[in-house]
Ligand binder design. Structure first.
Ligand code: PLP
Length: 388
């Protein structure tokens, strides 16, 4: 029999929509896929070259569990430069994507019965990982009218003696919300008075379009630094989803536990990818490549917003970062039903917001080219105009 733990997990709906869309595509139907969660850009050539060179020079063996020293050192430099956070290499653990870093962090902090506070809308993987650890997700609902920002009062109300972790994600998947420093400081002031830890998922840090500066909660105070696990990675900012490189930075005590845990689960991530990641962080061309990617995402976001604003029956909160927008479809009916109608009738794939804790909405990703976005917006508009 399947264990209770495995039975409690819901499969990732994003991938099931993708599968359905791919089946329709295979049957010859042209589907515009707004469901994807990865940049459509390719990994930069110099990063690929670094991985090839690593393989050609025999970098094909096991490494230290947390990653090779030059990579952990490069990550420390990044965290210092971008986030004002001071770590030593042994506080950094490189994992198979942020997904594994998140799992590591939760597995090392959460005991059965512990509560983990999530702010909705949240990335759909969070509650499932919490449940895998035997924890209980406690949802704080953020108001679309408040740009999906959580408030200190909301957080205070949700904290109980069982609260073990508060999980933050800014910029946020799926809402595109970017918490301003003021909002984070207000949350930090509440958290500082508790025994709870913070997991701060900062994977979309670089993808911000309105000039807001990303602020890591770990920079708030010494106490917050000690109780925060910062999570970041290479998937989004370096268009490296398939390389599976993410990392966490934590206090020495937590880092030690994570290394012991990961050493029995996967050991190190694949070795050539580590050398590719060093190149990604150290090659000066990175800034230019990133600037181009941000400019392109910004252009798409603006276009998408300008189209959506004119469409009937829907509403949305303007996204400021990542590459998603949540559209409220409650006037049209059930979000699952709307998502399947959009796929079958309009031939556009979107993800219902329910598994993100955002019932009544669908999530559109704009990680696809302008031509496709334009075509998709035309189809969405036509579909909406046909609805009564
Ligand atoms: N965190 C968030 C909020 C995400 O949206 C994703 C991927 O979509 C991840 C983490 C996982 O990223 P990785 O590819 O590094 O595992």
């Amino acid at each position: 029999m399947i264990s209770k733990r495995a039975s409690s997990i819901s499969p990732s709906l994003v991938f099931s929509i993708l599968e359905k869309a791919q089946k329709l595509q295979a049957s010859g139907i042209d589907i515009i896929n707004f469901s994807v969660g990865e940049p459509d850009f390719s990994t930069a050539e110099y990063i690929i070259t670094a991985a090839k060179k690593a393989m050609d020079t025999g970098k094909t063996k096991y490494t230290a569990t947390g990653g090779v020293e030059p990579l952990r050192q490069a990550i420390c430099e990044k965290l210092k430069k971008d986030n004002g956070l001071q770590y030593s290499p042994d506080q950094i653990i490189v994992s198979n994507g942020c997904k594994q870093s998140l799992d590591n962090a939760l597995a090392c902090l959460v005991d059965p019965g512990d509560e983990v506070i999530l702010f909705s809308p949240y990335w759909l993987t969070y509650p499932e990982l919490v449940k895998i650890c035997g924890g209980t997700p406690v949802i704080v609902e953020c108001d679309a009218a408040n740009n999906y920002f959580p408030t200190a009062e909301q957080l205070e109300k949700a904290i109980t003696p069982k609260t073990k972790v508060i999980l933050l994600n800014t910029p946020c998947n799926p809402s595109g919300a970017v918490y301003p420093e003021k909002v984070i400081r207000e949350l930090a002031a509440v958290i500082e008075k508790t025994d709870a830890y913070v997991i701060s998922d900062e994977i979309y840090e670089k993808l911000i379009y309105d000039g807001t500066k990303h602020y890591s909660i770990a920079a708030y105070s010494k106490k917050l630094y000690e109780k925060t696990i910062v999570i970041n990675g290479f998937s989004k900012a370096f268009a490296m989803t398939g390389w599976r490189v993410g990392y966490l930075a934590a206090s020495p005590k937590i880092a030690k536990a994570v290394i012991a845990f990961q050493s029995h689960v996967t050991q190190n991530i694949n070795t050539p990818a580590q050398y590719a990641a060093i190149e990604a962080l150290s090659n000066k061309q990175g800034d230019t490549v990133l600037k181009q990617m941000i400019a392109e995402f910004k252009k798409r976001a603006e276009y998408l917003i300008s189209r959506l604003e004119k469409m009937p029956h829907i509403s949305f909160t303007r996204p400021r970062g990542a590459f998603y927008v949540l559209i409220d479809v409650t006037k049209l009916g059930d979000a699952f039903e709307i998502a399947s109608q959009l796929l079958e009738k309009a031939h556009i794939a979107v993800v219902p917001g329910d598994p993100f804790g955002a019932g009544g909405t669908v999530r559109l990703s704009y990680a696809l080219g302008m031509e496709e976005i334009t075509k998709g917006m035309n189809r969405l508009e036509e579909f909406l105009l046909s609805c009564k």
